[in-house]
Design a protein around this ligand. Sequence first.
Ligand SMILES: Nc1ncnc2c1ncn2[C@@H]1O[C@H](COP(=O)(O)OP(=O)(O)O)[C@@H](O)[C@H]1O
Ligand SMILES: [Mg+2]
Length: 344
Amino acid sequence: MQNPYTLTFGKEPIEYIKRIAEERQILEDFLAPNPPQQVYMISGVRGCGKTVFMTDVSQAIGKDKDWIVVDLNPCKSDLMQEAAAYLSSIQGLAQIFQKAKLNFSLFGFGLEVSDTAPIADIQVALERMIENLAQHHKKILFTIDEVTASPQIKSFTFAVQQMLRKNAPVFLLMTGLYQNISNLQNEKNLTFLYRAPKIILPPLNIGAMADNYRQNIKLMADDAREMAKLTKGYPFAFQVVGYFLWKDPGNFTKVISQSRQYLEEQSYEKIWSELSAKDRELAGAIAQCPGGSIREIKEMLHIEQNELNPYRKRLIRKGIADGSMRGYLTFSLPFFTDFVLDNI
Ligand SMILES: Nc1ncnc2c1ncn2[C@@H]1O[C@H](COP(=O)(O)OP(=O)(O)O)[C@@H](O)[C@H]1O
Ligand SMILES: [Mg+2]
């Protein structure tokens, strides 16, 4: 039988622990008759499940025939063009645009209407499409995975902001690393993003992970719980540990060592390379203070609380550190202490 756990990023895994609360929060807001929110940003460290979560939510929404989900590729040079081209390629929508005599002949969408003047501006074209779809009670969800503050994304989100002001039924889901989302939010003309709710994906439920290992790998309940705890709820680790457990269910030492190496090579090296010198300094101190007492960390770095605070907050927001216990700062990623000790 094939290993049900995956070592690949971004792919909808077979063994999936549902994020019930977060999914419900978005669905309730988006599906409400008068949606209180039309934009959500999903953030968290590499490997925390942003892509998988957004796919899950957008698939749930797309099941409703009144919703049109448009997945945009953030690397494309013009996202409005991509969105408009996609909408005009959908069976049924093209007829709506043609009946409305929208002339898109200048954009090459293959929709030809000859007796009206062609629309020259891509944003106008997209807005007219959406206005017409709204008349047919359609709602449009745009998703963008891994945003950065690139000119393409800025101009697309600016267009969405303008459509929202006109009460258009457009919705936006974006994922991104903390620093990228924060750069985008700090754009002066994208004020709506500042107010938009951000979901920082929390660790997966340990009990659900333990049940999963127990059922799939036939581990004893205690062993399954221990292995689940080892992952600290980090979704990528859940898959990696599961994958090696499936292959070697009787050799925990080997499973742990293989998992650790795989996590380091596929995730932590990249995470580390994206940290600033200050972030690394603090990470180094956390790694060297077993237990993670803030008092000891400050002593080691020779700094006061007010100097520590901004760095502490940044590591927490990036999803690398956990500060939920007062007076302590620990890593939220499994085996990260050893990795940091090896790298400082
Ligand atoms: N809810 C989940 N349950 C189980 N595994 C998950 C879950 N979310 C993500 N994963 C696994 O974690 C890995 C990273 O997920 P991904 O969505 O690519 O993370 P990100 O986009 O945040 O970098 C994937 O291989 C995926 O299989
Ligand atoms: Mg991703």
